[in-house]
Design a protein around this ligand. Structure first.
Ligand code: KG4
Ligand code: ZN
Length: 358
């Protein structure tokens, strides 16, 4: 069974061919990072234009590298949401055209479910129930997944995503864009205990997370200590390295404290850590330690499958296809798509008044 995956939710135009949900025959990614860098972040309008000009060549290249022609594909899976509407629509429209043109099933994939499936290629089969910590630029959630395709949100960020915090703090420190890798590099020469940044605890008792208070604490620290930033192309000094290391340490500690708490009540047999922030080696090491304390394995995607890619979308598509969950041509992009199909939908939590203990 050959699935063509297409991903255009943010600033990567990606296409991949995956066999039987397990074997990557090709995975092509065109990253728009250089285009957006001068703006210090993704510009949605520019992103959609780039997707439009790249999607055709990227799909062709994925087919060529997989050594197949388009009529050999059994189904096309595409990211339906969440993401940037203009970007999503390019991928969805392209996938629909292929589905209609050659008469194969169309499958709409939740981008976050795609990240969960990014671990299936290079790890043993997932033993359920599993806990999945998905940490990216747009999302930070822990899902309880009692079996494949079943998700309950057991923890969420109440404000910024962890990756977003990395990106914003990197900007504050003059470390450039994207922030995650820049902070990680700067943190290498820094002391993670140099600045005791606070961890937010949410006082309504839920095992949720918050990163905006940490971001403000970094800002305040920079101002009160008149920290000097590196000029473009210059190496950061000790003060910046210490802040980067302390910030990174605080994010990692916050994420894994919640994982450990949720694991106590849900007793998972596997821990999954995926999404762009899962590239971070400090997070990986700490997650290893947490998992061994819990006595369970932890699965990560390899680096190139941690950030956005289409192989994970194709793998998720394979699982949905087996369940007969295909879409009609009326399917369209949905920026509000959520990943929760068991338990109560308490997704309005973001709107509730909450108090933080810092
Ligand atoms: O999954 P992803 O490619 O896109 C979204 O779905 O958002 O994640 C991108 C995010 C960015 O915020 C980026 O700064 C972060 O992942 N990231 C990292 C690292 N590499 C990428 N964060 C921390 N450490 C890294 N090494
Ligand atoms: Zn992503």
């Amino acid at each position: 069974m050959l699935i063509l995956g297409i991903e255009t939710s943010c600033d990567e135009t990606a296409a991949a061919v995956v066999r039987d949900g397990k074997t990557i025959l090709s995975s092509e990614i065109y990253s728009q990072i250089d285009t957006h860098r001068p703006f210090g972040g993704v510009v949605p309008e520019i992103a959609s234009r780039e997707h439009l000009s790249r999607i055709g060549p990227i799909v062709d290249e994925a087919l060529r590298k997989a050594n197949i022609s388009v009529d050999q594909i059994d189904a096309v899976a595409v990211t339906q949401g969440p993401g940037l509407i203009g970007s999503l629509l390019i991928g969805v429209s392209y996938a629909k055209a292929i589905s209609f043109g050659i008469g194969i099933p169309l499958i709409g994939i939740n981008h976050i479910e795609g990240h969960v499936f990014s671990v299936v290629f290079e790890n043993p089969p997932i033993e359920y129930p599993a806990l999945a910590l998905i940490v990216s630029g747009g999302h930070t959630n822990i899902f309880y997944t009692p079996e494949e395709g079943q998700y309950k949100v057991v923890s969420r960020t109440r404000d910024d995503a962890a990756g977003e915090a990395f990106d914003k703090v990197a900007k504050m420190l003059g470390l450039g864009y994207p922030g995650g890798p820049a902070i990680e590099a700067a943190a290498m020469g820094g002391d993670p205990d140099a600045v005791p940044f606070p961890t937010a605890r949410i006082s309504d008792g839920r095992p949720d997370m918050s990163f905006s208070g940490l971001k403000t604490a970094v800002q305040r620290h920079i101002q009160t200590n008149s920290v000097e930033f590196p000029a473009p192309g210059e190496e950061p000094g000790k003060a910046v390295r210490d802040i980067a290391a302390s910030f990174q340490h605080t994010v990692v500690r916050t994420l894994l404290a919640v994982v450990e708490r949720v694991a106590q009540s849900h007793r998972p047999r596997t821990l999954i850590v995926a999404g762009g922030v899962a590239c971070n080696q400090t997070l990986r090491k700490a997650a290893q330690q947490t998992a061994s304390r819990l006595g369970i394995p932890v699965f990560f995607p390899s680096q190139h499958l941690s950030t956005d890619n289409a192989a994970m979308i194709a793998a998720a598509g394979h699982a949905k296809l087996r369940l007969g969950l295909t879409a009609g041509l009326e399917m369209t992009a949905d920026v509000t798509l959520r990943l929760q199909n068991i338990g109560n939908d308490d997704s309005d939590l973001r709107k509730r008044r909450v108090h933080y203990r810092i």
